[in-house]
Design a protein around this ligand. Sequence first.
Ligand SMILES: [Zn+2]
Length: 494
Amino acid sequence: MRPALCLLCLLIGPLAGCAPIGAPQAPSLDATVILRDAAMAIGGADRVLAARTLRLEGTAKAYNLGQDLSPESTGQTFVGDYVRRVDLANSRAVLEHTRTPTFLYFAGQQPQKQVQGVDGTVAFNVGANGVATRAPGAAGIDRQAEFYHHPLTALRAALDPAARLTNARAVGAEWAIDVTMPAGVALTLTVDRATKRPARVTTRAHNPYFGDVTIATSFANYQEVGGLLLPTLLTTKTDRWTTMQVQVGKNAVNVDVGSTTAPAAAAPAPAPGPQNVTVDPRGQGIWVLGGGAEGSVLVEFSDHLLLLETPVDEARTLAVIAKARSIVPGKPLTHAVNLHHHVDHSGGVRAAVSEGLTIIAHRNSDAFLRELVSRPRTIAPDALARAPKSLKLELVNDSRVLNDATADVRLFHIAGSTHSTTGLMAYIPSLKLLIEGDDYFVNPAGIYPFAPALLSEITRRGLAVEQIYTIHAPIVPFTDLVQAASVGSRGGAR
Ligand SMILES: [Zn+2]
């Protein structure tokens, strides 16, 4: 039987928000009740608030977001022992991950120890030499938020009487509440409606490459420790990409966690100075624009200019574009080539689009670049966010010749590359110069896992290369690549 409508609804039609008489009423949601139940479900608010320290130990898998083989690949990970030492009372934590790459890596396959700390709003890293340095950029704000990506830290923050609890809501099989701490840090705590346990903590952040992102850590496989239930599986996602998975072997509460304070040596990093763009004229209308971690190459055509690579970030790419325009002021800079999708090589694409440049890239970068250019940037707006422009994108399949009476540049897909599926190399016949991203670059480890595939591709294409510009390092003779390819992943060259 259908429930009866109220008298007013019968007279003038059903009213929004008016439940039929006899229909079950949705329970009104109360953030404090959801929070109290969540605390109760893992041992009670008293135990949660009495916890002074947390030490978790296990293994972790970090994903290679933005640097994997293809834009949507998730196969490349760094795996190994993981320890998190948390001083709950003082909002300090140190994370130690001894990571071994599970894929071909330019630094080889040996473990690398990564030590990251947060002390209030100070984020610091400790290098292999034991020296602490302040983490750059917005890392302090981001790590302060990440500190709360655990049920204990999140619940303690929410139970603080000074915290503001808002927007209690049902989302599928979960309850969610928004928590704003007195210092302004905001998170969303999601609670499983069946178990009442915390299911997830979500925060928003600015990612230097992807702009606005949502970082969410899900909690599973709760186990009892000292009267508290704590998760033993923590999975972190940045938007749709899984970025970290921690498998906890042992949780310990109220144990000695050692020092977690920021070392005094972790002094604030100096503000970045002006970009240094050096100009190396190679003749034939070709200039190498160096001076940064990654370089670019300017090519002069009869009636326009083209830039190979828009690297690193907005600041770098805008400086390179300005330098390029100053070198040949009489011709418009109209095109920029992205040599592969990795974030340090595509980090300036948005800046190039903001300057009106048409982007040329391999077709496997199509969806990635379209998303990169259209993603929202409200937390830290860049030039493109402030004055949006649509992406003009020209895609290369196997190869493309860019030539006129003045210049001749040939783009080839590095088919079979073991570094990326999106790689292009540019060959300039007049200089017998090859320009490529990371398939070969001089590096201190003396390991060249991607060089054999690059060399075989150059050979297959029949290119008469005499010199290579590897973007990350100075121009080297072609014979260096031949030697590097013979060394490959074994190491030992240079
Ligand atoms: Zn790369």
